[in-house]
Ligand binder design. Structure first.
Ligand code: PRP
Ligand code: ZN
Length: 285
């Protein structure tokens, strides 16, 4: 049977969360055998540990079938790969930054300035769209030190917490793009591999839905039953169990995380008591 080869970042911001993703899907890996790749014992996938910058190229060339990496790298490398979905972690932005003592006058500040970056294609496009004539200095890493060593006037790099900029005496002045972890795939997967990918996505979706919902249990007087059902319709309809005290019932249902507090307030108003809210491990419907 074929295995789906998945490239993930070897070491960096995305590594841990990428591995967690598979754990959440119940996919197990034997550890410590090789630092380059590892196979799952219970799902037809193989993980390849690579530099994130190289992942678009490897996926295009079918060295890996799918990859997990920052959107920023996908856009910069512009390879023939398919974006499958955003994964909701490793959020960051690609920003322009300058020494903090400099006065920033707006985007035209960058006219005739030198900017160091590992994202020359994205930045070139950005400057072009804003009619800025700047000189780009492409470097592979440690971009944040470029102004202090006299290599450039400013930088364009990823910002997450902002601490790298802060410790290097820089301030963020423009956001070029927002990014997060995404899954990409080779556009010509075999049918068998496509099926494995679909199974994997099904599991990811179940986990995502479970994160977006809460299980809720509450007690309410029977005469409030209809009012309460209107507030929490549940997936199909809530389950209602009689309590030993014949005048009260226990309601079980599922509510969306984003409307959660409004729902709770309304339930309390309608006479609900003893409200319990539980996390959901997986959700399939
Ligand atoms: C990025 C960027 C900064 C750091 C910013 O590197 O190059 O060094 O993160 O994060 P902060 O705002 O929280 O300090 P990344 O870990 O993505 O490594 P890479 O670009 O070399 O892959
Ligand atoms: Zn990188």
């Amino acid at each position: 049977m074929e295995k789906l080869k998945i490239a993930i970042q070897k070491k960096g911001r995305l590594s841990e969360k990428s591995l967690e993703l598979f754990k959440d899907c119940g996919i197990k890996f034997s550890t410590g055998i090789s630092s380059l790749k590892t196979e799952s014992s219970n799902f037809p996938v193989e993980l390849l540990f690579l530099r994130d910058d190289d992942i678009p190229q490897y996926v295009e060339k079918s060295v890996a079938d799918i990859g997990i990496l920052g959107e920023n790298e996908v856009l910069e490398k512009n390879k023939n790969v398919k974006s499958i979905r955003k994964l909701g972690f490793a959020s960051c932005r690609l920003s322009l930054a300058i020494p903090k003592e400099e006065e920033y006058t707006g985007i035209t500040y960058f006219n005739n300035k030198k900017v160091a970056t590992s994202y020359p294609h994205i930045l070139e496009e950005y400057f072009k769209n804003n009619n800025i004539n700047a000189e780009l200095e492409e470097i592979g890493g440690s971009v944040e030190i470029a102004p202090s060593i006299g290599l450039a006037d400013g930088i364009c790099d990823l910002v997450s917490s902002g601490s790298t900029l802060l410790t290097n005496g820089l301030k963020e002045v423009e956001v070029v793009l927002k990014s997060q972890a995404v899954m990409i795939a080779n556009p010509n997967l075999s049918e068998e591999k496509q099926e494995i990918l679909e199974k994997l996505i099904f599991r990811l979706e179940a986990k995502k839905k479970s994160n977006e919902h809460k299980y809720i249990i509450l007690n309410a007087p029977n005469d409030k039953l209809e009012d309460i059902i209107k507030v929490i319709p549940g997936m199909r309809s809530p389950s209602v169990f009689p309590l030993a005290d014949g005048k009260w019932s226990s309601f079980h249902s599922v509510v969306k995380e984003d409307t959660f507090w409004e729902v709770i307030d309304e339930l309390k108003e309608k006479g609900a008591e003893g409200i319990l809210v539980l996390p959901i491990e997986k959700m399939i419907y």
